[in-house]
Design a protein around this ligand. Structure first.
Ligand SMILES: NC(=O)c1ccc[n+]([C@@H]2O[C@H](COP(=O)([O-])OP(=O)(O)OC[C@H]3O[C@@H](n4cnc5c(N)ncnc54)[C@H](OP(=O)(O)O)[C@@H]3O)[C@@H](O)[C@H]2O)c1
Length: 299
């Protein structure tokens, strides 16, 4: 798996923390517990309403002397709405029909969004910034601004989310810069083989969102995983998270349950062989959870 480092130069573990829909004190407590367990990457977005809770956790951990900002890896995203304003802003940004877009440049919007995220998180740099969806007409221009933000040192890694090969190809064609990260859904019933191989070929790390959703919803049962669960003495969730890591993908599980927070991180002490990875991948039915791109399903 492509390695990411914190600002202090340490490699981060190959599993990150999903944080939607936590907010405020609840978020701060989850983040602090997770960091204590060994998680380093915290995933959020400017429309999750959780950045200030993560900021609270960072502030408290620094004050308590346990962790410095440079020990952590904070990832946020640029979305078409904005959780910091109580107006129904969905679609206001990066929507060609919106009057707002006619009054502001993409650069102004991206820079303002990043400033807001930095302020909510209480930090002066982001470890990683992603474009939340491939907003048609806008994602290449957003990407150009992000390349500048990286040069300026405000952001350490730049990447995308919910991008298909054709979107990434367009970024490379227009800017010669491939994203360093692509955060998408994948699961044993939706394995995204081609996209992951394409990302690997671009040295782009595939991060898996909602890695346990199909298990939690019953779309995947424990039954096909029981022999591996017995062999490794691991739960079905741990088998699925490890399958992600074996494929070179970094899973981002979320849980509100302290026991599961520990369980989900406890996947670094075993490994599967190729046959086992292939067996789990054979459960594939090309299932897609969530519309990957809410405003450009076709392109
Ligand atoms: N970029 C995007 O467009 C996008 C879209 C969706 C999600 N995300 C990111 O990915 C993160 C994770 O996705 P998600 O929250 O949708 O799904 P998930 O992490 O797969 O979690 C799904 C459900 O699984 C349960 N769960 C967690 N650990 C478990 C375990 N060990 N055993 C059994 N069940 C377990 C959780 O319930 P409990 O909380 O009750 O344990 C949770 O509600 C989000 O928090 C967010 O950061 C990004």
């Amino acid at each position: 798996m492509k390695k990411l480092t914190t600002k202090n130069g340490k490699s981060i573990p190959p599993i990150g923390l999903g944080t939607f829909p936590f907010e405020g004190r609840v978020m701060a407590n989850v983040v602090k517990s997770a960091v204590e367990l060994g998680y380093r990457l915290i995933d959020t977005a400017d429309d999750y309403r959780g950045e200030s809770g993560i900021g609270l956790a960072i502030k408290e951990m620094q004050a308590e002397g346990d962790y410095k900002r440079g020990d952590l890896f904070i990832q946020t995203k640029i979305s078409d709405n904005n959780a910091h304003v109580d107006e129904p802003l969905s679609g206001v940004f990066f929507n060609p029909k919106s009057k707002f877009m006619q009054r502001h440049t993409v650069e102004e919007i991206v820079r303002e969004k990043v400033e807001t995220s930095l302020s909510e998180l209480g930090t002066n740099y982001l470890d990683s910034l992603l474009i939340h969806y491939p907003f048609p007409e806008y994602f290449v221009d957003i990407w150009k601004v992000m390349i500048e933000l990286k040069k300026e040192g405000l952001v350490r890694y730049i990447g995308v989310s919910n991008f298909h090969e054709r979107h990434i190809e367009m970024l490379i064609k227009e800017t010669k810069e491939a994203p360093e990260i692509n955060e998408c859904y994948a699961s044993p019933i939706g394995i995204k083989k081609r996209l992951i191989e394409y990302c690997d070929s671009c040295n782009c790390l595939f991060m898996t969102y909602s890695p346990l959703m199909d298990l939690a919803s019953g779309r995947i049962t424990e039954e096909p995983l029981t022999s591996m669960m017995a062999k490794y003495k691991k739960s079905a969730a741990q088998i699925i998270l490890r399958w992600n890591i074996e494929r070179g993908c970094m899973p981002l599980p979320k849980t509100q349950t302290p026991k599961r927070l520990k369980e989900n991180f406890d996947v670094l002490d075993f490994s599967m062989d190729e046959k086992e990875v292939a067996y789990i991948s054979s459960l594939n039915i090309d299932y897609q959870y969530l519309v990957e791109s809410k405003i450009c399903p076709g392109i």
